[in-house]
Design a protein. Structure first.
Length: 262
């Protein structure tokens, strides 16, 4: 065997080892920036406000139970405080979850997080659009479960594991899909989602934003319409996801992540 062939085989072997060794790390690296809820201990408990109709109650409860399987956080469903679900007004220190017939907006679901102190989430909202979910193919239990699980997951600081609709399912609700019930099913979190939450929440903070307050002028903003979302920083409707940011004085920001209908 020539020196050239040996060297080539060695390079191939090294590349294979690197790919194998780092596959899980890359696969699970799907945080939404460095954004997280500040807290002083783990596991912490985050409240999910129930502003949804009976059609969605089971899916919200199921998403809460799924995400509570994480070792670093728990969620609990409580009475909603968002008022008109069409606006879905945020509440300090928690996540409000809403549904309504928002119209032919093009989106299935929207998650928003309010940021203070650079990286700390202070409140969040989830909206699921019945204009699409009341009609095929989005009116199936699989699609409702998938979208609810994903949008709630975004409010913890999770991004998508994968954003290609046509490839095989990863078995995670944080994966894009044209077939949420698979197989494998994309209706629930998978171990990589839980691993990513451990990564996001591996450090502790000296203060907490869970249950804490923002200045009223920021906390009570109406950001329910696309023209209020700010500037597009990533993605597109054609790709199936868009992220917008609106910035305010004092370092406050609101991020909006949009899941578009296909």
């Amino acid at each position: 065997m020539s020196k050239y062939t040996c060297r080539r085989l060695l390079i191939i072997s090294l590349i294979s080892t690197l790919v194998t060794g780092f596959a899980v790390i890359v696969y699970a690296n799907h945080s939404w920036g460095t954004y997280h809820w500040a807290r002083t201990s783990n596991p912490f408990t985050l409240k999910l406000g129930d502003n949804v109709t009976s059609t969605w109650d089971a899916y919200l409860n199921e998403a809460s139970n799924d995400w509570t399987q994480s070792s670093v956080m728990n969620t609990t469903v409580v009475a909603g405080q968002a008022g008109n679900p069409r606006r879905c007004r945020a509440t300090n220190g928690r996540v409000e979850v809403c549904n309504a017939a928002y119209g032919q907006t093009g989106w299935l679901g929207v998650a928003q997080i309010w940021i203070t102190g650079g990286t700390h989430i202070t409140q969040g909202t989830v909206k699921v659009n019945d204009t699409y979910h009341n009609n095929p193919p989005y009116n199936s239990p699989a699609y409702r479960r998938f979208v609810m699980c994903q949008e709630v997951g975004h409010t913890f600081g999770l991004d998508h594991q994968d954003e290609v609709f046509a490839n095989p399912n990863l078995g995670s609700c944080m994966d894009y899909t044209n077939d949420p019930d698979g197989p494998p099913s994309n209706e629930h979190p998978n171990q990589h989602d839980y691993d990513q939450l451990v990564t996001i929440y591996s450090h502790l903070d000296s203060t907490t934003t869970v249950g804490q307050s923002l200045p009223a002028a920021i906390a009570n903003l109406d950001l329910s319409e696309p023209h209020q979302w700010g500037r597009l920083i990533r993605g597109s409707r054609e790709r199936g996801k868009s992220i917008y940011v609106r910035e305010f004085a004092g370092g406050h920001k609101v991020f909006t992540i949009v899941t578009w209908a296909r």
